[in-house]
Design a protein around this ligand. Structure first.
Ligand SMILES: Cc1cc2nc3c(=O)[nH]c(=O)nc-3n(C[C@H](O)[C@H](O)[C@H](O)COP(=O)(O)O)c2cc1C
Ligand code: SF4
Length: 663
């Protein structure tokens, strides 16, 4: 069998799990507005159970309907018997899919907001987060309130058992209330619940004992941030000392995580973070406690998972984002088909979506969060479709149309497929995006799509194949520039440098490559070219505080730090390009003064607009023409792939469901 260690059954306190693969808890926002379980939520978890996952840990669920909600809504609840039936249906669906079911119980404490609770958030002490979006000063809990919350954990755990969950997990990580009591940075009490490390442990220990009494012999798992990654906060050494006490009080397994909302980048790591970086920490906690551990954090391939289990770093592999990207991860690994796994790149589009209180979704897997949609079946059989553009949106559209039975022709003007997936993957630290590129290329090669690279498709070329549907994924073009003059300086879109389509002349500090535009493309191009040995002047119209302002926030932190540390990049902010001459550009500062800047070349990253020329040319073609991705609205890979999926679902409705009901 492929990956024999990964597919060995494992028992935690008498609960046997068929393999070592766990779905990490992930808030989905798929529940109902009142915090109860919805049909969509059940379908989402069932799909992951059917995909071969051994143990599913249902997302953080609120134990205290008064003070316990997190800053995100709607959050699942299990604070009154009203919610038990929905959880019963959910646990049953997970188990009928072949997995074990566990639920994560949580109290947010200070990681909430008044707008959600209708009152001031509570915590161990009145210490606010340093987070840019959650920094209200919480109120320190009174002893009677602490005891009430201990009881609410126990009551939620009892409801979980009644609902049919096989196990219960306490959310002791990510800066939620249990961690707020443990952390010396947050817990500044001097009473029975804080003052020294023993008293800071009291709240988690009381919760564990109360929950253990409520759940009898069911397994109790504890998710722990084994390091805060904050100066003066909890360290791995602290956790090595604390974890054995938690186990002694009744915990059967520890799930290794890190951080709090002050350090989200170590909870849901951005692309630049190495695979399996937490495994050495898991090993240390495993050795300190002698108990089973689970470990999440950028574990993406069955190879790494197998090695980690075989080496004894961890007993179980917790997959978060990997299971958003591919619910069939476990089944594909078991069948020895690792290359078929849709690879999560840690792009964190899912985090941006849930952070905006939308339902969970994945940039690569548009079905994620939409598991109740009808499957894409052969509704297109006997029909032809043309797709223009071989970027991620175009490839996704072509593959979905191919799956739907269309005879698909894909036109791409470059000699290779990839488009802005290549431009996005090229800057340092973003190599994981090439995993997705290679995955799509494999899928294209295995499909029936007729790929015509090196073909600039105009209306006549497209109509020549007599299509029944046309999908335009032809992308964007640089926004027009209003300039006084245009000299002979080499000028290119910044994307051409990332694609490797142009050869740039040598540059010096005095005569650098000028990049115009401080957005994500401009900053990344600067970084990429600096690594290649160029000297760069990054000219940004806005203030340097707003560089790459639309980038995914956690990745942006890393991007800005590396820009700052790069001596070959000089930043000129609040500046406008006013002219292009033969050997220099003219730039106007905020003060209105124009100056000449010698330049070896000018790269334009000042903005993009949808390229609508083809849709205009095809307006009267008498065939459905659908623009997706940047050809409709300049956005990210996730939006382009989602557009592709919605377009194919819309076509399905046009073809199959024109008369959806007979009554
Ligand atoms: C959309 C999303 C929601 C999450 N919600 C939770 C949660 O409810 N409880 C929790 O303990 N961790 C949560 N996490 C963290 C994951 O469980 C996991 O630890 C993290 O994503 C790192 O693992 P990965 O690289 O396998 O994704 C969430 C992560 C994501 C991406
Ligand atoms: S959106 Fe990106 S980070 Fe999130 S699961 Fe999908 S590929 Fe992974």
């Amino acid at each position: 069998m492929a990956y024999p260690h990964l597919f060995q059954p494992f028992a935690i306190r008498g609960m046997t799990v068929k393999n070592r693969i766990v779905m990490a808890p992930m808030e989905s926002h798929l529940g109902n507005a009142d915090g109860s379980v919805s049909r969509e939520l059940i379908a989402y978890y069932r799909e992951r159970a059917l995909g071969g996952t051994g143990l599913i840990i249902v997302e953080y669920t609120c134990v205290d309907g008064r003070d316990g909600f997190s800053s995100m809504a709607p959050q699942l609840r299990l604070d009154t018997p009203f919610y038990r039936t929905g959880h019963g249906n959910l646990a049953a669906a997970i188990k009928s899919g072949g997995a074990r079911a566990c639920v994560q119980l949580s109290h947010a404490g200070r990681q909430s907001r008044e707008a959600v609770l209708g009152r001031q958030p509570v915590s161990s002490s009145a210490v606010p987060l340093q987070s840019f979006y959650l920094n209200a000063v919480p109120r320190a809990l009174e002893e009677a309130e602490i005891l009430r919350i201990v009881a609410s954990y126990a009551s939620a755990a009892a409801l979980a058992v009644q609902a049919g969950y096989d196990a219960v997990m306490l959310h002791g990580a990510h800066g939620y209330l249990l961690q707020q009591f443990l952390s010396p940075l947050v817990n500044q009490r001097d009473d029975g619940w804080g003052g020294d490390s023993e008293r800071r442990m009291r709240f988690p220990l009381e919760v564990i004992k109360a929950v253990r009494a409520a759940i009898g012999e069911r397994p109790l798992l504890y998710r722990m941030s084994v390091s805060d990654f904050l100066e003066g906060g909890l360290t791995l050494e602290d956790s090595e000392r604390i974890a054995p006490y938690l186990c002694e009080a009744g915990v059967d397994a520890i799930d290794i995580s890190c951080g709090s909302l002050d350090r989200v980048d170590v909870i849901v790591e951005p692309m630049s973070v190495d695979e399996g970086w937490r495994l050495p920490m898991a090993r240390r906690i495993r050795e300190a406690t002698g108990k089973p551990v689970l470990c999440a954090g950028v574990i993406r391939t069955p190879e790494l998972a197998e090695m980690a289990v075989a080496a004894g770093d961890t007993d179980m592999i917790s997959l978060g984002r990997a299971l958003l990207a591919d619910p069939l991860w476990a089944n594909k690994a078991r069948a020895g088909r690792p290359d078929d796994i849709r690879p999560c790149t840690s792009c964190n589009w899912c985090i941006m979506e849930t952070g905006s209180n939308r339902g969970v979704s994945c940039a690569e897997n548009p079905r994620c969060g939409h598991e109740t949609d009808p499957p894409i079946d052969a509704f297109g059989a006997g029909r032809r479709a043309a797709v223009v553009g071989g970027g991620p949106g175009g490839m996704a559209a072509a593959l979905l149309l191919d799956q739907a039975g269309f005879a698909v022709t894909l036109f791409e003007k470059r000699e290779t497929l990839g488009g802005n997936l290549i431009t996005s993957a090229t800057p340092p630290g973003k190599e994981k995006l090439f995993w997705y590129h290679r995955f799509l290329l494999r899928r294209m090669a295995a499909s029936g799509v007729d790929v015509r690279c090196g073909t600039t498709a105009d209306a006549a070329t497209i109509l020549a194949i007599d299509p029944d549907a046309i999908v335009l994924a032809s992308g964007s073009r640089p926004a027009p520039l209003m300039l006084e003059s245009a000299g002979k300086l080499p000028v290119h879109p910044a994307s051409a440098a990332l694609l490797g389509d142009i050869a740039l002349p040598p540059s010096t500090a005095e005569c650098p490559i000028v990049i115009y535009g401080g957005g994500e493309t401009g900053t990344e191009t600067a970084q990429h070219l600096a690594v290649q040995g160029h000297q760069i002047l990054l000219a940004s119209r806005s203030d340097s505080r707003f560089l790459a302002r639309n980038a995914e926030p956690l990745y942006r932190m890393h991007l800005l730090a590396s820009l700052k540390a790069e001596p070959a990049i000089r930043i000129a902010d609040r500046i406008t390009l006013s002219g292009i001459e033969d050997d220099h550009v003219r730039l106007v500062g905020f003060d209105g003064v124009e100056r000449a800047q010698p330049a070896a070349a000018l790269l334009l990253a000042h903005g993009l607009v949808p390229d609508t020329r083809l849709s205009e040319a095809l307006a009267g073609a008498g065939v459905p023409v659908m623009a997706i991705g940047d050809a409709m609205k300049v956005a990210r890979i996730g939006e382009a792939v989602r557009d592709a999926y919605r377009t194919v679902q819309d076509l399905r409705r046009m073809v199959v469901e024109r008369e959806a009901i007979a009554c």
